[in-house]
Design a protein around this ligand. Structure first.
Ligand code: FEO
Length: 396
């Protein structure tokens, strides 16, 4: 096996998952994902998080090689979600004298998930643990994205182990550090990971960024995706922007349409936005594209223009699913446009208006609705809606 060193005595022990279709059994991962664990070999030996349980055998084998058969003394648990705690019981079985290191909530979860009663050290903000030459410092970052989440700072090499924070979808195809690969190729998957997994907790992420600012960070080692050492500012800036809902001037147009009438309106609006010089336009059929990708673009672009046909006197079901996710995530600071169609009693635009009241984004232009197909002499209404959105975007 290749030994991957973050520092002389600190190793990457991770695995690429190219099999799983849905992360957390919800979010599509066509480019896969990596589960990253780290091993520090000093007078004492410590693991930082583990891996998903499918990789237990290879994981334990790699640890045995890297430790030259010495027992592991500590397991630092930055995050208890099972994609990282999946090997917890196996690690304890292999190293029965191991001490778990976490905070109060960590151990409650370890007990709930795995009924583990292992010797442990409870840490708090700024607690420290010496491994010999290596010193670890701990800082809790609650709700990024679970209650027990924390970061661990290795102060000699200035490596911050961040749990899910600063992570990404996408396997590590050979390159593991940000300067061993074209990190810009991961941009979409970084944003999608943030929006899907961490996006509900932007205020908590802001608090976390402020808490970790005390560290002189030379490397960021997350539990997913590349290790950051040459482009640390890139990932920290990205987290700063995303967690404060800073967007680019652009529009996401999403529609639910059975027979194409609502879809035609979306095309007119998209074209007019382009005529007005808006370059970032993403048009999605909600029946085809998973909310994971749409939510990600909503985090990137300022305007969301929603179209819904009526369906059983309600919103189109796939639009409704998307909007439930948006409300649940509490996404803020967007422009909103609304359009749709109905056959007899309505339900699409009416419920989009309810969404508008609940989400309290800035509603731009007049909500537009057609009975049946879009009438040729209504064309200008859709152009006007696009113009109103474009005016706002171009003002930014
Ligand atoms: Fe990658 Fe929240 O677990």
């Amino acid at each position: 096996m290749h030994k991957v060193n973050l520092a002389e005595n600190i190793y990457y022990v991770g695995f690429n998952d190219r099999k799983t279709h849905l992360f957390e059994n919800i979010w599509p991962i066509p480019k896969g994902v990596s589960y990253n664990s780290y091993l520090i070999v000093d007078e004492k030996i410590a693991l930082i998080d583990t891996v998903e349980r499918s990789y237990i055998d290879d994981y334990l084998d790699q640890i045995a090689v890297l430790t030259d058969g010495r027992p592991v003394d500590y397991l630092v648990i930055n995050h208890m979600e099972p994609d990282h705690s999946g090997a917890l019981k196996a690690v304890i079985s292999r190293y029965p004298n191991i001490t778990l290191v976490g905070n109060k909530k960590t151990f409650e979860m370890a007990d709930n998930f795995y009924q583990v009663k292992q010797q442990s050290i409870e840490v708090y903000d700024d607690s420290e643990l010496s491994l010999g030459k290596t010193n670890l410092q701990f800082t809790t970052i609650p709700m990024v994205h679970w209650p027990e989440t924390m970061v661990t700072f290795e102060s000699t090499n200035k490596i911050l182990f961040t749990g899910d924070a600063c992570g990404s979808y996408g396997t590590l195809d050979g390159g593991i550090f940000d300067d061993e690969l074209d990190y810009t190729l991961y941009d979409e998957e970084i944003v999608r990971y943030f929006s899907n997994i961490v996006g509900k907790y932007c205020a908590h992420t802001q608090r976390a960024l402020k808490k970790i600012a005390k560290y002189d960070i030379k490397m960021i080692a997350s539990t997913h995706g590349m290790i950051w050492r040459s482009h640390i500012d890139f990932i920290l800036d990205k987290y700063q922007k995303l967690s404060t809902y800073q967007t680019e001037p652009g529009a996401v147009i999403v529609y639910g349409s059975m027979y194409g009438n609502t879809a035609k309106m979306a095309e007119i609006i998209a074209r007019q936005l382009a005529v007005r010089g808006i370059k970032n336009i993403r048009v999605y059929d909600s029946s085809k594209t998973h909310p994971s990708f749409i939510i990600s673009d909503i985090f990137k672009y300022k305007a969301l223009i929603l179209g819904s046909a009526a369906y059983n006197n309600a919103m189109f079901p796939t639009v409704e699913t998307l909007l439930t996710t948006i409300k649940h995530m509490g996404i803020k600071n967007h422009l909103l446009g609304i359009f749709g169609s109905y056959s007899w009693n309505g339900g699409g635009v009416k419920n989009l208006m309810k969404f508008s009241e609940e989400i309290q984004w800035e509603l731009v232009g007049e909500p537009l609705e057609e009975k049946g197909a879009m009438k040729a002499d209504h064309f200008d209404r859709y152009v006007n809606l696009a113009n109103a959105i474009a005016d706002k975007l171009l003002m930014d």
